[in-house]
Design a protein around this ligand. Structure first.
Ligand code: MN
Length: 248
């Protein structure tokens, strides 16, 4: 069976957090390769038609971490804490998400910003800054690079979810490198993990073969079998999609 082709979204070259994002992207590439997938990067700046044609060749879409989504996309004003906003990245990922979840469904895996992009593309909104907008919030922004391998807070996983089947434990600790999070969850999405303060830590598209996005960074925890399993299951789902396409 051919190895599935996995498209990874990218941050712009001028992102203020580029050094860290380069490192996270390198770990995601490794995660996909180790899981048996063929990772390829989807560049920014493509015309709509080119993006659509490239999308059609992919067996799976992986939304990577990065800067903040423009609040205008969910009807909110700018906020002093915003960083790394890129209209071109928002445009590219918005189109890719709707394609992979609605127009031509195929496996989708979102990491950190990826969960936020999925929610906004489906009509939800974000906390522009958790610490100042979510009362009773625990700390989520362990942004120093040294924190990526630590797991400062727990998540509770929803029963009867894709995530529960993959992680095989209802309560576990994860890393947390985000200052934004899901506010209004979009109609049609299901929250399948939450932190102790109620913040969504994972969302899924019910009825989709594999559409899962997590707020933490599994690529930074490759020594954890349950975190590797997320990559493996995503690539397996993409492999099934590739086989179906080859057969059909
Ligand atoms: Mn968190």
């Amino acid at each position: 069976m051919p190895r599935p082709l996995i498209g990874l979204t990218v941050h712009p070259d001028d992102d203020p957090d580029r050094v860290n994002l380069d490192q996270l992207l390198a770990q995601i590439i490794q995660g996909v390769e180790r899981a048996g997938g063929l990772p390829t990067l989807v560049p920014l700046g493509l015309a709509d038609e080119t993006l659509r044609d490239l999308s059609a060749r992919l067996d799976g879409l992986l939304l990577t971490g990065g800067g903040d989504v423009d609040p205008a996309r969910y009807g909110a004003e700018p906020h002093p804490s915003l960083g790394g906003v890129s209209a071109e990245r928002d445009r590219t990922e918005h189109a890719l998400v709707l394609w992979a979840t609605r127009t031509a469904p195929r496996p989708l895996f979102g990491i950190c910003r990826g969960a936020q992009v999925l929610n906004v593309a489906w009509g939800g909104s974000l906390y522009r800054d958790i610490a100042s907008e979510l009362s009773g919030a625990i700390q989520h922004n362990y942004l120093a690079e040294t924190h990526a391998r630590q797991r400062p807070h727990a998540i509770q996983v929803a029963e009867d979810s894709l995530l529960a089947r993959l992680l095989e434990q209802p309560l576990l600790n994860v890393n947390s490198l985000h200052h934004q999070g899901l506010r209004a969850v979009a109609p049609g999405l299901r929250v399948t993990a939450r932190a102790a303060d109620g913040l969504a830590e994972a969302v899924e598209v019910p009825g989709h073969a594999f559409a899962l996005a997590v707020q933490w960074h599994p690529e930074c925890l490759p020594e954890a079998p349950e975190q590797r399993r997320l990559f493996e299951a995503f690539v397996e789902a993409a492999g099934r999609h590739a086989a179906q396409r080859a057969a059909g």
